[in-house]
Ligand binder design. Structure first.
Ligand SMILES: [Zn+2]
Ligand SMILES: [Zn+2]
Length: 258
């Protein structure tokens, strides 16, 4: 099973649940670690910035204490690419954040010709060189000590072999996003061959989806890369969550002894 979820959103951006509801959902799923990873400050609509970001940090810290016996609660941030090799991680991000994700998102001010080209691609009006986009992300990932690149290839095409090779060199992970599996079977295989490691995350925008990994697990298995998923534990049962109950039950056919 997957023991951790490093990518969940809350009412601080456009998620439906509170931080505590996400934590409780993660406990019900049987996870041992969950991160609240809100959108970085440069996102015009969903970005969490300044005093709200500090308030969120305090809230996550309180939850980490309150539920310390049940689960590890981490503070993350899903940063936005803001230019070639740049993102909106605050200067002290590596010190204050446990997890840093990075992706291109729509809804970020397009301040440079490079970003305007990416913005045009996201609207289907232009095609960029996917290798250049991959390198733009990698340069930012290295500079800001990013943990994982979230949903690679969403909104703008990124050359996955370039991303995988660079990510492996930097020690950055590639996310297999369970809300939207963005890499094809062939891309996952190739990334694995090039030495990339993966994280499976839910990208939940409501508590019920925290720890919901089915589509990403299927994709990883079909591509034969499950052993390169760092938050996968092969000999633990897979749990499915039944909405409306507090009980996590073994998935049919999981075949395990406890
Ligand atoms: Zn995202
Ligand atoms: Zn997200």
């Amino acid at each position: 099973m997957i023991f951790s979820d490093y990518h969940t959103h809350t009412v601080y951006s456009h998620g439906a649940g509170t931080c505590e509801q996400n934590v409780l959902a993660a406990i019900e799923r049987g996870l041992s670690r969950v991160a609240i990873s809100e959108h970085g400050p440069a996102h015009l609509f969903y970005g969490v910035r300044n005093e709200r970001l500090r308030k969120l940090r305090r809230e996550v810290d309180e939850l980490a204490c309150r539920y310390a016996n049940d689960i590890e609660v981490l503070f993350g941030l899903e940063c936005n690419l803001t230019d070639y090799g740049a993102c909106d991680a605050p200067g002290d991000a590596p010190a204050i954040c446990d997890v840093l994700l990075l992706a291109f998102h729509r809804g970020v001010r397009l301040k440079s010709p490079f970003m305007r080209r990416l913005g045009a691609e996201a609207l289907g009006l232009h095609k960029n060189d996917p290798v250049e986009t991959a390198n733009a992300l990698l340069e930012a990932a290295g500079k800001y000590r990013i943990t994982a690149l979230s949903h690679p290839g969403l909104y703008v095409k990124s050359d996955i072999p370039t991303l995988a090779k660079g990510a492996a060199e930097l020690g950055v992970l590639l996310e297999i996003n369970a809300s939207r599996v963005t890499m094809s079977k062939e891309e996952l295989k190739k990334a694995d061959e090039l030495g990339a490691s993966f994280l499976i995350n839910s990208d939940a925008h409501r508590p019920n989806d925290v720890g919901e990994f089915a589509s990403a697990l299927n994709a990883a298995r079909e591509a034969g890369v499950i052993d390169s998923v760092l938050n996968y534990v092969p000999d633990m049962p897979e749990l499915i969550f039944l909405p409306g109950t507090a009980a996590a039950v073994p998935a049919p056919g999981a075949g395990f002894d406890m």
